[in-house]
Design a protein. Structure first.
Length: 172
């Protein structure tokens, strides 16, 4: 019985540990270039891979909203964006413009009630857990910090400079 408890505790701990993986450069290019989200750390809190066919990523914003980026793969940078149950193909210029407008509405949407865990009813001061740095550094979970409490403070490289290391993201 004691061995079973130790085994269960060990398995629970391993499930709670989050691992970071690099964010695909194509995804970063789409977010920065096509969707005009520069710098990424201003908008994005976390990126998670979705276990789906076709491959897709869920992008979590600082205001608690999220949207999906779906990789279609048949052409260079062929992505589809799903925002509020509507899909926009980024290769079609009109859809791209509609996607940017929908993303702007998502970014400017009011914060959900009790966002950030404030029980006293005050609004958040804009600090979402410290140094989460979107797709430019390490996208660290919804709380904004690494599981150990240490935040990654990598800065996003300039557009003209190549990235020294690949950005990382929490992926399941």
């Amino acid at each position: 019985m004691d061995k079973l408890r130790k085994y269960i505790r060990k398995e629970l701990q391993s499930l709670h540990e989050q691992k970071s993986y690099p964010v695909p450069l194509e995804l970063m290019d789409v977010l920065k270039g096509e969707l005009e989200m520069r710098p990424l750390k201003r908008y994005i809190n976390n990126i998670k891979a979705v276990n789906s066919i076709p491959p897709s990523y869920k992008i979590f914003l600082h205001n608690g909203q999220d949207f999906d980026v779906i990789y279609l793969g048949d052409q260079m940078n062929n992505f589809k964006v799903r925002i509020a149950d509507k899909e926009y193909d980024l290769l079609v210029m009109d859809d791209k413009n509609y996607a940017i407008d929908a993303l702007n509405r998502l970014l400017t949407a009011p914060l959900p009630p009790n966002f950030g865990g404030d029980d006293d009813g005050e609004e958040s001061d804009g600090d979402f857990g410290g140094g989460s740095s979107g797709g430019g550094g390490s996208t660290t979970g919804m709380g904004g910090g690494l599981p150990s409490g240490d935040d990654d403070t990598a800065e996003e490289p300039e557009d003209d400079e190549p990235a020294e290391t690949e950005p990382e993201s929490d992926m399941i």
